[in-house]
Write a protein that binds this ligand. Structure first.
Ligand code: ADP
Ligand code: MG
Length: 287
């Protein structure tokens, strides 16, 4: 491929909302065999919402939410945002009756007031968060985080969790001072175009794969909805590169959408098809 042709194609791509990083990436796109999609924020909207709160300890729901939100307040994770938002509304929505501006102001004031003080915070990628509140350890995250810390998950909680996961929700478990105290269910809707894009890729002869740090049941439920048969779940953030490498082994060309050579400018999955189509057209014209 001539550098000019690649430059032109890259420009066309940008106009279509696809930014191709370097000519190499564009050239490789025509030969792509596999596309590996991140689940969260790529196939899904990355806008999680809490749908369920279940306290298993006899603790007041409001107190439970305050604890969990306080622990998550320093986390950047989309799940943390969902929890804080939910706890906020639980505490303040409905109790406020005045104008919109007043609600906003009072929410802002309240925000700093009701969160508890946190010490020794750490975010554990692919697992959750842990910190100290009132001198006691709180853990908020997935099963691995809870069980690695020697906390027993009651059978009733486990079966509740399984039901949520089978309906594509992510369960968030909470332990405080060595005891399991409750869980939350979070849903993250699919992008509207996800299913048709997957269908389109298959028609183009490209094999879609989904990779996620989320648990197997949730991952499989989401994948089924959009027509992806090949799923790699419970993959730690650092393990995603290994998944890519495993598909490259037989010389196949693999693209990753999530942390990829393609930056989806409009955050629309249709751009993936545009990129490959663009590459195929550009390089067939050049030859
Ligand atoms: P993904 O591949 O979906 O982006 P992550 O690697 O970010 O997943 O996280 C994997 C799992 O770890 C999540 O599904 C969740 O169960 C748990 N987790 C990660 N961060 C947090 C957090 N801040 N709060 C609660 N759970 C978390
Ligand atoms: Mg993530």
């Amino acid at each position: 491929a001539t550098p000019t042709a690649v430059m032109v194609a890259t420009g066309v791509g940008a106009n279509h909302g696809v930014l191709v990083k370097g000519g190499d990436a564009l050239e490789r796109a025509q030969n792509v065999n596999y596309i590996i999609f991140d689940k969260t924020g790529t196939l899904t909207q990355g806008k999680a919402t809490v749908t369920t709160t279940k306290v298993f300890s006899g603790m007041d729901v409001g107190d439970f939410l305050t604890l969990v939100a306080s622990a998550e307040a320093s986390s950047e994770h989309p799940l943390a945002k969902a929890i804080l938002d939910y706890a906020f509304h639980f505490h303040f929505f409905g109790k406020l009756s005045s104008s919109k501006d007043d609600v906003k102001k009072r929410k802002e004031d309240a925000f700093s007031q009701w969160l508890l003080e946190v010490a020794d915070f750490s975010a554990l990628p692919g697992k959750g968060v842990q910190c100290l509140i009132n001198g006691k350890m709180i853990l908020v995250g997935n099963r691995a985080l809870i069980s690695e810390n020697g906390v027993n998950i009651p059978e009733e909680a486990e079966s509740f969790l399984v039901d949520m996961e089978l309906s594509a929700k992510t369960g968030i478990l909470v332990a405080y001072d060595g005891d399991f105290i409750g869980l939350m269910g979070v849903t993250d809707p699919l992008k509207r175009e996800a299913a048709v894009v997957i269908q389109g890729l298959k028609k183009m002869g490209i094999y879609p794969v989904m990779v996620t740090g989320d648990n197997w049941r949730t991952a499989l439920a989401v994948a089924k909805e959009i027509g992806i048969e090949d799923v790699r779940a419970e993959v730690m953030p650092a393990g995603k590169a290994d998944v890519i490498r495993s598909f490259q082994k037989d010389g196949s060309v693999v693209a990753m959408v999530g942390e990829a050579d393609y930056v989806l400018v409009r955050n629309n999955l249709e751009d993936v098809i545009t990129a490959i189509d663009l590459s195929r057209k550009t390089f067939s014209r050049i030859r």
